[in-house]
Every structure is written in structure tokens, then in C-alpha cells.
Design a protein around this ligand. Sequence first.
Ligand code: PFF
Length: 470
Amino acid sequence: MEVKRESWGTRFGFVLAAAGSAVGLGNIWRFPYLTGENGGSAFILIYLVFVFLIGLSVMIAEFALGRNSGLSAVGAVKSYSDRWTFVGVMGVLSAFLIMGFYPVVGGWALAYIFESFAGLYTRTPEAIDQAFGTFITGTARPIIWMLIFLGMNIIIVAKGIKGGIEQAARVLMPTLFILLIFISIRSVTLEGAGAGVDFLFRPDFSEVNGGTFLAALGQAFFSLSLGMGAMITYGSYLSKKETIPQNALIVTGLDVGVALLAGIAMFPALFAFGMEPAQGPGLVFVVIPIVFSQMGGLGIIFGIIFFVSLAVAALTSSISLLEVVASYLIDQKNVKRKTAVYSTGVLMAFMGVLTSLSLGVFDPLPTLNVGFFDLFDILSDKVFLGFGGMFIAVITGWVANKEVLREELTNEGTTDFVLFEAWHFLIKWIIPPAVAIVAVFGILDIEETAVMIFGLAIIAVLAIFSRKLD
Ligand code: PFF
């Protein structure tokens, strides 16, 4: 018996769910520290160009491929040509790898909501810094928080598209926007906030190199949830009535808006209290609590709001990652939703435990010189997402039929997509070589060569055996 495919209840619900996938740790945790490490506004400028020229076009392509085929990542690309099945498989693999570290950080955010209540902001800066180090290198505590965070994902995704993912996004996303706006207003109205605003909006190109471009491109794909089939999957549940380009523009706009808002929430406050912007991944867990500790009694309120926002943003993104893997099992392997979600969840829990432990008590990969945490991060965003995005552009531009795409993007000619030709030109001729060039120069500039070669080798093997995959 043919079971009817699930679908989103409303357009608003779809937009919030897709924006929920896009807006996540990438915006609030990663974007600020990458900006800090890469010299501020010059990085932001390059990032914005990549987002609107490359990211938005790839997002439109992903929605179109998903809705047109009515299938999630692997099934969708396979339906165009089995020569390209590996791109979908790479996507599922990337979702898996990202879920190796994402719930760990999501768990930290949850833990910090409770730390906020427990007097975190009454400590000295040194004690706050030390507390974070002790916490993440610990054994049981970070693992328990990671499991709680992952458990929330499992409950939501097991409930399905409309009743689970869409419902969660409807409640969580508006909450997130309001909370972030609140903190941003506080941050820019602090005395001495101007230096932080300058850092964000006055470009200094002296720190830019090949690595900056790769970081900006990787971040564009990561932040918009592209290159791995998440948006293909979400598009596959979208009603034929909806206009794709418009929805993609809204989702992209919301994603960029939240990243900038997170920057505005953090850097002015950081500069106002004389802290260093280039702090790496610890930025939101060390520097931000220190900033709150300087705010007197109000710090605790802002701290709680901030970490609730971070946890909420992380949750609506990680459910889309879990959905990518679960929908693969549902669509391609005929597994029931609940079974797919529970079994995937168990595997992800294992990875999360290993990742969390690799920050402290055990070093699983001494020869590669990176822990699981960095391994999953580098593999997914510097290797798989960029190449995934490039291949998705190639499939859309060179394999999918242009007229079918035109029909899909104009709702059978009933709506306008005036930029269709420009979009198709970008997807076919500009994006594949542009991404390839950035990837190659970026790779030459990156220190973790062994990890990069390992990632490229996985892609090569998958591509060679593409026709055998399903
Ligand atoms: N876009 C998410 C973020 O910015 O945190 C991360 C992400 C989610 C990446 C889903 C990829 C994905 F498929």
C-alpha cells in the first residue's frame, strides 16, 4: 500500500522549520568566533557575498530537487542519475558527522542555563575560564547533558514533520528572535560599545588570506544547512503550491539576520568590557559569561536568556540533522519513522560520548593530532559541505532538466521567478568552479592536511562506487 508522504502543515511552519535548521550553533556560537579569529568585518563581508551569491542559489536548488523528486537526500539525487547517488550518501554521512559534535555543544548550552542559576556570574574571570575547561574535559556531566539534548531531538523527530518538527519550530523560533533582540539592545547601549560595532562593520582586509575565504565559504554552507541534503529533505515535504525562491530568500535573510544579531549581541559588550575578540570556540562559554559577570545583578537574567537562546537555536538545527539520516532510512530502506529515529539516535549517542570524552580523558586518534571534536568539525564543514554544495550545483545545472526546474520554480508558470536565467547560469557555470577554487586554495592554507586528505579520499571512494549505493 502506498503511504502518503508527510508534509508541512502551513507555509509559515515550513519557513520557521527551515529557518530553524539554518539558525543554530553556526550563527550564535561559530559565526562570532570565526569573525573574531578572522579579523572582523572583512570576514563578514566575504561571508555575505558567499551567502547571497552561492548559498541562496544552492538553497533554491536544494528545495527544487527535494520537492521535484518528493524524496530525501539520497533518493532525490539518485532520481536524477545514479552516477550521483554518492552526493546524497555524502550528505547523510555529513549529517552523521555533524551530529558527532553538535549535541555535545548543545548539551553545554543546556548545562550553562543551570550554571547561570548556580552563581556562574559571581565568579572571577579566571574562575569562569577555568570552570569551562573543567566542565568540558570532565566525564559524566557533559555526557549527561549531551544525552538530554539528544533525547529532546529524538522525541521531536519521532513525532514526524507536522506534529513534531513544525510544532517545535513554531514555538522555539519566535522565542529565539525575541531573546536575541533583547540582548543586542543591552549590548549596544553599554558604555564603550562603539569599538565593538566598528569591529563588526568597518572592514580591515589585512588579515584576509586563502584560509579566510574557505572559512567564510564553509561557514556559509554550514550556517544555511546546505551541501548535505537537509534542505532537499525539508523541500521534499513542501506543498506544490508554495513558491520556492521567495521562501529561500526569507530563510536566508533570517539566517544572516540572526548571525549579525549574535555578533551585535556579543562584540559591543566584549569591547565595552575590554575583552579579546579572537577566543575561538570558548568565546560564548567563557567571554560571554565574563561579560555578564560584569553587569552586576542583571547579568544573571541576561545569562539565562542567552543560554536558553543558544540551546533553542541548537535544537531546531540538530532536529534537521537527525531528520536527514532518519528520512534516508524511511525513504530508501522502508524503515518506520520511530524505528529509524530511535536506532539513529542510539548511534549518535555513541558518537557523542566519544566526542565528549575526546576533549578530556582519552585521545582516540593520536596520530592525526586532532580529537574527534575537531575531526568531525573539519571533515563536515571544510570538506563535505563545500564539495557537497558544489556537486548539488553540478547536478542541478548539468543533470536536471532546465525546463523541469523552470516549472518547479515558477509553479508551472503561474508565478514569476524573474531571475531564473541568472540563477541557472550561476548554478551551472559560476558556482561549481568558484567553490572548487576556494576549496583548493583553502585546503592549501589549512594545517590539518591529513584530515583533509582523509575526507577527500572518502569522497573519491564514494564517487567511484556511486552506482552501487542506495
Ligand atoms: N545550520 C546549522 C547551524 O548554523 O548551526 C547547522 C546545520 C544544520 C548544518 C543542519 C547542516 C545541516 F544540515
